[in-house]
Write a protein that binds this ligand. Sequence first.
Ligand SMILES: Nc1ncnc2c1ncn2[C@@H]1O[C@H](COP(=O)(O)OP(=O)(O)OP(=O)(O)O)[C@@H](O)[C@H]1O
Ligand SMILES: [Mg+2]
Length: 225
Amino acid sequence: MSNISIKALCKDYYLGKTIVHALKNINLEIATGSFVCVAGPSGSGKTTLLNIIGLIDEATKGDVHIAGEDIQALSEKLRTRYRNQTLGFIFQSFNLMPVLNIYENIHLPLILHKELSKKEKNARIMELIEAVGLTEYIKHKPYELSGGQRQRVAIARALVTHPKIVLADEPTANLDSVTGSEVLTLMQSINKSRGTTFIFSSHDQHIMDRAERAIRLRDGKLEEA
Ligand SMILES: Nc1ncnc2c1ncn2[C@@H]1O[C@H](COP(=O)(O)OP(=O)(O)OP(=O)(O)O)[C@@H](O)[C@H]1O
Ligand SMILES: [Mg+2]
């Protein structure tokens, strides 16, 4: 079980003499296997929340427990391991390595997984390339693909370590609405078939409507759970 439990979470950013209260006393539970959208206008704190859950940023105050573990108390070494083993990341701008082909891009997060054999790694990559419908493009470089295809590569890369939780910050923001909807369908099918928790942010109502639950932020505060 990888329930996420967030208690009294606050995040302040210091910009010279001014303090930006990016998150204000957030209390939230996200059940294992959920398909959740973090919604809210620009500047409401969506990226900040995802980055704290993803151990990319640190809270100013409050607790974040994942599967009962106080993730903020982990050492830097364990934080890195957590990011690489429990979490998967999908970004708005895909973040693929331009010099690597599709197979190599998806292989990248497995470099740290010394416990897996070459055969197992290859099987995982091939299975995911098929699942995202890119078998014909294995040897292509990212620039030879469309935006939607690139995001499908990024989804495969996020899943190759078999993470329990995938965090996706505006995964459809750079895609047209039809392609964005297809990316959502792919995420949804993985959520259903593998029970992977998906937490994605968006300010697009059509994307929000696809979630089981919307977590709405406004000015750093939770509107409803
Ligand atoms: N590194 C930073 N330094 C200072 N202020 C920051 C930093 N990152 C975010 N902020 C501020 O924190 C608030 C929340 O920002 P955040 O990026 O989480 O919003 P968001 O909901 O993701 O917005 P968007 O929809 O535009 O991506 C904003 O007021 C923003 O200006
Ligand atoms: Mg953002």
